[in-house]
Design a protein around this ligand. Sequence first.
Ligand code: PGA
Length: 309
Amino acid sequence: MSIKNINVIKNGVSYTLDKVVYKATECSEVYARASENDTYILVFNNKGESEEMGKTIIAGNWKMNPQTIDDAVRIANELCLGMQDIDLTDKKVVIFPPSCFLETVCRVIKSHGAQNKISVGVQNIYFETHGAYTGEISASQVKSIGCEYVIIGHSERRIYFGETNEACNKKIQAALQQGLKVLYCVGEKLDEREANVTDEVIRMQLAGGLYNLSAEQAANLIIVYEPIWAIGTGKVATADQAQECCKTIREWIISHYSDETSNSIAICYGGSVKPSNAAELMRQTDIDGALVGGPSLTPTSFLNIITAS
Ligand code: PGA
């Protein structure tokens, strides 16, 4: 087979071949078919450098669950055991336990030798580096115990804790400074969707959250589109609705940065993702992964989402 001249156009961007990752008769995303019988997964040379690029990201947000450290350990153990048999070549799995259980969960993952399979993140940080901020935790503190990711701007933080786009921007800056990768959440409320201002809301959240970020900094972000009306409600956005908003995000990134930066930023969907709808959502052109809430607490469901994605 001659692989040298393969050229693929995805999301309007032309990619030339860099290397063949592996050969399989079946794979989730077929970039190129060399012959009738062989299917190759290929990596293209302008997809960006980050570890997640080209992979489907499956993130599990445990929120203020589970209730005890024993529960957290059990979930982490079951997840590690279940992941032993899953092919993760084209997937990146990250879990976000409550901050009080972070260190223990990191240890459980290490005890299974699964640190290359599951990364750990924190659900929130404060933007100051240290000092008299009772009850808050900093980016460097969580980094020092093995966290690699942080969620910023989750709608629950915006709604219950009054987090503004400006505060999100400060938190993003603080996180990036410490080398944490950021999942920045955006999304509209039901009345905003009904008033046809979804795109404007998303663009404002992007403009505020990413204010003053260089292209180099922005390339470390993962943007998560989470319609607030779909979170924890069982009401999932249709694949078309999710794709449309993720496309809006992609276009905003291209117009404020470049095609190249947009290729480095994964865009995920969150809101009532479950094993039965994950595959269809992940098939959408501009959806690169999922942020999962409720089902991430049940290892079998989360594992089924990972497998289906
Ligand atoms: P859900 O939560 O999957 O329970 O809807 C998603 C989220 O809040 O990230």
